[in-house]
Design a protein. Structure first.
Length: 499
């Protein structure tokens, strides 16, 4: 490698970006991260070693400062799951980013796109794949040498494609499937994707092209499910393809069985209609395979399952914030002037030290649930998915620890002050903005003052109607939640309160 480069990573809060940053640092490069909210990078283990720049690729006026002095810009953002119009948004964002990079004197752009089926006209591709290809073309036409890396299914703990494969296989020993289970695919391990992304930072300046990325195995989706079952020590799956399941029905089927919402499942499913196999292996000229070769499918699944089992999933498909997620000022800001703000407040005294209570608070959600009326929470999650939301099944990145930006079922960790405060922002479909805030503090008598607030800022008449329609249930749901959370504090560690 030549002298260290200054690299800008867009999408650093996302699945690939969050894993690429430490790889670039390990290679000796300087890293600057572009984020709409740099605060979401605060709890990343590499945060102290990088610069953070506030910016958004859809707002070109924010890019000049972020790109100043940058040698290599990694473009790792897209509008997957944002609904109609995402193709135009992605196209314009790529055009603006390329222009800003050229003006700033950036020497190279690196983009991770999707593997394009051989011989299929652009017009016949799924909207998702077509958009990824168009973004690559916009960047290559920008005047800045661009390396567009095209990958199909990425196998790694926490990737959307892997989670879809994992849950379909684990939950359905017998399944009636769409025809796309017989489509040939060339999956690639996430560690090989990261290796290539780092390597192409040093490409010669005349290289301005796309490269196909793939692992050593070419499999049908059916073979991938059977392969997953074999590695996970599950019985062989009975898979019965049918022509009756359209991509629209397939996405709802995937959304029903897996944590991946319909808005993300549909573009993934539509991309499987065509064979996605590498048509060239030119990447090896610049990023040679390691001595033991690229990671095969079985080994990639084994590594992913080990990380899940050991709770070492560093990033997750849901790590990236959802487009359109609320970003209004916090209800705790002194100058917050957002109009009506409804609250449900629960306060309890717990005869145990705050650090003991905090361990229960920080373990909320995921497999532990929400400590109150599991059926009601399940119904609310199912209703959210029916209207295109994410539902409850995103779970947690880590079963014991939370950090700012983590997804937590249909919430997002907006603030965590270890041992003191947890604030969650709702990402479910609502006619307004919602937060759930839990705090613990010493009560002066050796115990803990537990405080829980549910806050809702309504949007329009529908928001007010929504709040008052569910208000009768709040005292029951949130009251029981507070009592059950504090009731989970280990009894042998409680302290007797003075009478």
């Amino acid at each position: 490698m030549t002298a260290p480069l200054t690299c800008l990573v867009t999408g650093a809060t996302g699945y690939i970006g969050g894993r690429l940053v430490p790889e670039l640092l390990a290679a000796g490069h300087r890293v600057r991260c572009l984020a709409r909210d740099p605060g979401r990078l605060r709890d990343q283990p590499w945060r102290a070693r990088v610069e953070a720049a506030r910016g958004d690729v859809t707002r070109p006026e924010t890019l000049a400062g972020a790109l100043d002095g940058v040698d290599v810009a990694y473009y790792l953002v897209h509008s997957l799951g944002t609904g109609p119009g995402f193709e135009a948004t992605d196209r314009q964002a790529a055009r603006d980013f390329g222009a800003a990079a050229r003006a700033a004197g950036v020497r190279r752009i690196v983009y991770l796109g999707g593997l394009v089926p051989r011989g299929v006209p652009l017009a016949r591709l799924s909207p998702h794949l077509r958009s990824r290809a168009e973004v690559g073309q916009q960047l290559r036409d920008s005047g800045v040498p661009t390396a567009e890396l095209r990958a199909a299914v990425i196998i790694g703990s926490g990737s959307a494609s892997f989670e879809m494969l994992r849950y379909l296989t684990e939950r359905l020993p017998v399944m009636v499937t769409p025809r796309w289970v017989n489509t040939r695919i060339q999956p690639i391990a996430v560690r090989d994707v990261l290796r290539h992304l780092v390597a192409v930072a040093d490409l010669p300046p005349e290289v301005n092209r796309s490269f196909d990325l793939g692992g050593p195995d070419i499999l049908t989706y059916r073979q991938m499910m059977q392969g997953y079952a074999r590695v996970a020590a599950l019985p062989p799956r009975l898979i019965l393809p049918t022509p009756l399941l359209t991509p629209w029905l397939s996405s709802h089927w995937v959304g029903l069985v897996t944590p991946v919402p319909n808005s993300i499942a549909r573009p993934l499913v539509e991309s499987l209609r065509h064979e996605v196999v590498c048509s060239e292996r030119d990447i090896a000229l610049y990023s040679p395979d390691p001595p033991d070769g690229p990671v095969g499918f079985d080994r990639a699944v084994e590594l992913a399952l080990r990380r899940i089992r050991d709770a070492e999933v560093s990033t997750h498909w849901s790590s990236a914030s959802l487009p359109g997620a609320p970003s209004d000022p916090l209800p705790t800001d002194p100058d917050w002037a957002g109009g009506s703000l409804y609250q449900d407040v629960q306060e309890l005294r717990v005869p145990a030290p705050p650090e003991t209570v905090w361990r229960v608070v920080e373990g909320i959600g995921g497999d532990n649930g929400w400590y109150s009326f599991p059926l009601a929470w399940a119904v609310r999650g199912r209703l959210d998915r029916l209207v295109g939301g994410i539902g409850l099944r995103r779970g947690r990145r880590d079963p014991a620890r939370l950090r700012v930006g983590d997804p937590l079922d249909f919430w997002r960790v907006e603030e965590v002050d270890s041992g003191r405060l947890l604030r969650l922002r709702a990402e479910m479909r609502l006619p307004g903005l919602a937060w759930l805030e839990i705090s613990v503090a010493p009560d002066g008598n050796g115990g803990t003052h537990y405080r829980q607030r549910a806050l809702f800022h309504p949007h329009g008449l529908a928001g007010h109607v929504y709040w008052w329609s569910v208000a009768p249930f709040h005292s029951v749901v949130f009251g029981n939640m507070a009592r059950n959370i504090t009731g989970q504090v280990p009894t042998d560690r409680r302290r007797r309160q003075p009478r």
